[in-house]
Design a protein around this ligand. Structure first.
Ligand SMILES: [Zn+2]
Length: 378
């Protein structure tokens, strides 16, 4: 059956307290283990709705006794961000305390893990996996975060790091369904993108900034690289699933997305029974280094010339920026062009541009930079 645990965060202000609700199917420590969360960026609505629907389906499966292993669901992963209302709008991406993105700077334990686990590794893959998980748990438990958000990040990673599957549900501004995942996890994770109907899958070994999915998955391939004499598999399939755009909460989308998550878990052995046939992957994965973050070069009003899902060519105009008050030789109309051949998968939700603002994302197969490490937006 399902249990609900409430973990209280340290007080940030006298008289107030926030807590995290954790739903668990199966017993703590059962294998395999899956972990799903929504709302790490607290103002991204679709994930909450999709997990709400998934929980109904998992409850039914639990009643029928057909859940295997442990499934943890955190329906609202960021109670701090959920409380950040200003001017009648929820602002859940950056911490009001220090402007840190809630999906960056998750605890990076890799250096300490290399030191602590090195002497414990041997020839047995399963023992290596177990030793790495135990070591990670100990390192996490020893952290003494000094603020509320860092405590929340410690708690979330403590719940997820030893899972076989970690799905962090997000959304973009206006976007197609897309998935961010570690390069070493591909193509074994192709069934995730195919099942979700992702139109873009973006691969990186180190996107930079330690987002939650990489805090879970990246230690495995760094350790494998560091200790090449020992067998260390990429034992945590962690992905950031972008459930389209901010306002995509139509009932049929929620139903389809929650069905797809259920089918994915079923195919991976967490739920008895046969899932529906795996849909064909819509588009192959492309490197995150191949994403063109198209920036406006001038201030004004954005008029898009291309739609989500359009295939565009390098140097093709995707938008115009209208300056209603041109002065000193400013152009009234500036064309914004694609920097690559690829798929337009994300656009800005508002229509105001300033120089340097990202107004679109285009997934191309050709890397636009040789180095990883600084590949995510603010
Ligand atoms: Zn997000």
């Amino acid at each position: 059956m399902r249990t609900i645990e409430t973990r209280v965060l340290p007080q940030a202000s006298p008289g107030t307290r926030r807590s995290l609700k954790i739903l668990r199917y199966g017993e703590a420590g059962d294998r395999p283990k899956a972990y799903l969360q929504a709302g790490l960026h607290a103002d991204e609505a679709p994930g909450y709705a999709v997990l709400h629907a998934l929980i109904q389906k998992l409850d039914t499966a639990a009643t029928q006794g057909s859940i295997n292993g442990e499934i943890i669901v955190v329906p609202a992963a960021n109670p701090i961000g959920l409380d950040q209302w200003r001017d009648d709008m929820l602002h859940g991406r950056f911490d009001f305390v220090n402007s840190i993105n809630f999906n960056r700077q998750h605890h990076d334990l890799i250096d300490r893990l290399i030191e602590a686990v090195g002497p414990k590794l041997g020839d047995d893959v399963e023992k290596n996996v177990a030793a790495i998980r135990t070591c990670t748990a100990e390192l996490l438990a020893a952290l003494r975060p000094d603020n509320e958000a860092a405590t929340l990040k410690q708690l979330l990673l403590s719940l997820s790091h030893d899972a076989d599957i970690v799905l962090d549900l997000h959304c973009d501004l206006e976007a197609l369904m897309h998935v961010y995942i570690g390069t070493p996890l591909w193509p074994k994770a192709e069934d995730l993108s195919a099942q979700m109907g992702a139109e873009a899958t973006l691969l990186a070994g180190d996107s930079g900034g330690t987002p939650f999915d990489e805090a879970n998955s990246r230690p495995w391939w760094v350790l494998a690289e560091q200790f090449q004499d020992h067998q260390i598999p990429p034992a945590c399939l962690a992905a950031t699933v972008e459930l389209r755009g901010f306002s995509d909460t139509d009932p049929e989308m929620i139903e389809r997305d929650s069905d797809n998550l259920f089918d994915f878990l079923q195919r991976r052995g967490f739920i008895d029974g046969e899932p529906d046939k795996l849909p064909t992957l819509i588009n192959g994965a492309t490197p995150l280094t191949g994403v063109d973050y198209v920036k406006a070069s001038s201030a004004g009003i954005i008029v898009y010339l291309k739609k989500l899902g359009d295939t565009v060519a390098k140097d093709e105009s995707i938008a115009q920026i209208i300056n209603p008050l041109p002065e000193h030789g400013d152009q009234q109309l500036v064309e914004v062009k694609s920097g690559t051949d690829g798929l337009l998968f994300s656009r800005n939700a508002d229509r105001f541009a300033r120089p340097g603002k990202i107004i679109a994302k285009i997934a191309g197969s050709k890397p636009l930079t040789e180095t990883e490490g600084h590949l995510l937006t603010l």
